[in-house]
Design a protein around this ligand. Sequence first.
Ligand SMILES: Cc1cc2nc3c(=O)[nH]c(=O)nc-3n(C[C@H](O)[C@H](O)[C@H](O)COP(=O)(O)O)c2cc1C
Length: 489
Amino acid sequence: MRRYLPLLFVALGAAGTTPASCAVSAWWWCAAGPLLALTGLGCRDLVQRRDSVLRARPLVGRLPRPPRPKRDEGVRDVYAVGHEFLVPSMRPVEPPEEAPVVRVGGPDCRLPYDMALLNVSGMSFGALSPRAVLALGRGAALGRFAQDTGEGGLSEYHLRGGGDLIWEIGTGYFGCRTEDGGFDAREFADKAALPEVRCVSLKVSQGAAPGGGGVLPGVKVSAEVARERGVPVGGAVVSPPHHRVFSTPRELVLFLARLRELASGKPVGIKLCVGSRREFLAVCRAMVAEGVTPDFVVVDGAEGGTGAAPAQSPGRLGMPLTEGLITVHNALVGAGLRDRVRIGASGKVATGADLVTRLVQGADYTNSARAMMLALGCARAHRCHTNTCPTGITTQDPLRTRALHVGDKSRRVHHYQRATVHDALRIMAAMGVRGPGELRPAHLVRRTGPTTVRSYAELHEWLEPGALLAGPPESWAADWKAADPDSFS
Ligand SMILES: Cc1cc2nc3c(=O)[nH]c(=O)nc-3n(C[C@H](O)[C@H](O)[C@H](O)COP(=O)(O)O)c2cc1C
């Protein structure tokens, strides 16, 4: 309410001085005129839809804001060691008119899904406001891309958004949770049958907090959020650090098969931030042993974000996305499973070049969380965990969420996704490739010294299909041997 006080005072001032200008002295117009103008301006701020900060703070929002960090594109030191660039061709091609999609669904999947190259990454209702969830969903519906629900359950706002949904299940099993916090198979099957649910994602870990469950501060647990999650109002929601339904890699893959059956054959996958290569290889060994594969694996980088609580040890726990992606891609190729499993990448994908870079590194498609928040009008106030987000994105306070106009922001989300994918297609065309399938590690180059550059083909080892089964190369042999389908440790 305090946010509207300046406008209220100005309006009261105008209401007091205007009659005085008519009745007492024309000199009062010197005060009444500016106050009336400010009142008009403030009312305009309040109803306009484009600027969330002005909607939330009429008049005051016009005061100078702290400068946004500058985009470093173009000013980046191209001679700095570590600088990366994509390789254009001397024989570019025309970009395709239609954006390609990626078919997700292995041999055990009965309802494959055509995934866009860029989708909305998991962000739960609770971390996000109702309007933010709705705007992302409507944007996804307009652009025919997918919205991941995040681990907070399948809320009515996700369903009302109308976009294709990836329903994420975390260790709290929100949305399919028994009273004692376990997995409720019947509730899961009922909800997974909804036509809006196109895929199911089991969150094993998240880049912002690998080894820890999701955290939603009590201040954000409104009555609505509590109802969706089946938890008490106002109490912090701390998901358990690990799943109850599996404790070994083999149990994990068998649980995925069970989820797929319960979901009538819809694609089922996992999301994880890779810790050790051996651990992921253990999961691959379990897949090979059981003949069961997830339909997709989403790799999150240690640089990943969270809107619910401040990130724990950001970037210090888990593999950064580049390494995680290359590890997962190689492990699946080496285990002869890559043609059955699609790989998604989430981690600071904001531009077309970011998207193409992730495709070169092994992804089939990408997801974006924070860039989508920017499309929603995020002002990077870094108050996501305090329930005081000034742009109405990460708050459950109804007065603050009013800042976000769903119609305007859903169009922006749609335009942002479309422009980014088109940019990626244009970049690929400039590289002389007609689509993601033609990208190779040699298309990405890193500066390794003041006068040296090396391509990803030279910098990293890329396994041949089935190489791990046939006899792993020396560099993989110890990890492959130690990988145990019946133990994560
Ligand atoms: C507001 C917010 C909420 C998030 N909630 C979830 C979640 O519920 N489940 C999940 O797997 N990841 C969650 N994440 C992580 C993102 O899905 C994503 O993996 C990570 O932020 C990296 O992508 P980015 O760099 O595009 O933000 C959340 C991130 C943000 C910013």
